[in-house]
Design a protein around this ligand. Structure first.
Ligand code: FAD
Length: 198
């Protein structure tokens, strides 16, 4: 695992096929079930350019490597956002978990999360209960096909309501609405260092 302090070094490592790591509260759990996890992890938690939370001319800029605790406690954070972050997980998780990691945490439907031997867990020999199972209470994406689930990120929900955007940095930098990160079954649409802006 690498833990660079510079953004350029982090991006170079990520361009070589490594996976980014924030506070590691979700990624290491998810990694255990991946058939081919990325061979190299790059912790972006110490990348100084991804840490600041600051007011800008057009709103608020939140570094992807800022922790949820830092976001909740920062004086420039709007009350609605701080209140929402304070409901996430526990103080221990919020002290380690980063903004980028929260937005990019893995999606797991109710059936997968609760241990069903489903398609996502077992592969093609098992059914997708979100499609064939009890939709009435658990299936958030009605009429969707298999393995659909909404993101568990409470931060994403609030940032969508606040019309926030995410700056995605890779070989090129682009800005997308927060809702644009989530594209359907499987992984979200980006996996590189990012920061969100409001
Ligand atoms: C007990 C418990 C309760 C929880 N309850 C809630 C809850 O109520 N609400 C809620 O929203 N969440 C909840 N969570 C999830 C928790 O918020 C996430 O685990 C956490 O936010 C992930 O942040 P992290 O920095 O640890 O991410 P990591 O585990 O480091 O990474 C998660 C994913 O994000 C990617 N990633 C990390 N940083 C970046 C980046 N800068 N750019 C691009 N991709 C990146 C990683 O590659 C990985 O795919 C809970 C977790 C636990 C353990």
């Amino acid at each position: 695992m690498h833990a660079p302090a510079g953004l350029t070094e982090a991006l170079d490592l990520l361009a070589g096929g490594a996976a980014p790591l924030g506070g590691a509260t979700d990624a290491l759990v998810e990694r255990r079930r991946e058939a081919r996890p990325a061979p190299v992890l790059v912790s972006v938690a110490a990348v100084t350019r991804l840490r600041p939370i600051e007011r800008t001319a057009d709103g608020l800029r939140i570094g992807a490597a800022a922790t949820l605790a830092e976001l909740a406690e920062h004086p420039v954070t709007p009350r609605a956002l701080a209140d929402a972050v304070a409901t996430i997980a526990s103080p221990q998780v919020r002290n380690a978990a980063t903004v980028g990691g929260n937005l990019m945490q893995a999606k797991r439907c109710w059936f997968f999360r609760n241990g069903f031997d489903c398609y996502k867990r077992n592969g093609a020999t098992s059914p997708c209960y979100a499609v064939l199972g009890d939709h009435r209470f658990q299936h958030a994406a009605v009429d969707g096909h298999r393995c659909q689930a909404v993101t568990p990120s409470d931060l994403a929900t609030v940032l969508v309501a606040l019309d926030a955007t995410v700056e995605i940095t890779g070989t090129a930098t682009r800005t997308v609405p927060v809702a644009g990160l989530y594209t359907g079954p499987g992984r979200p649409s980006c996996a590189t260092a990012s920061s969100s802006r409001r």
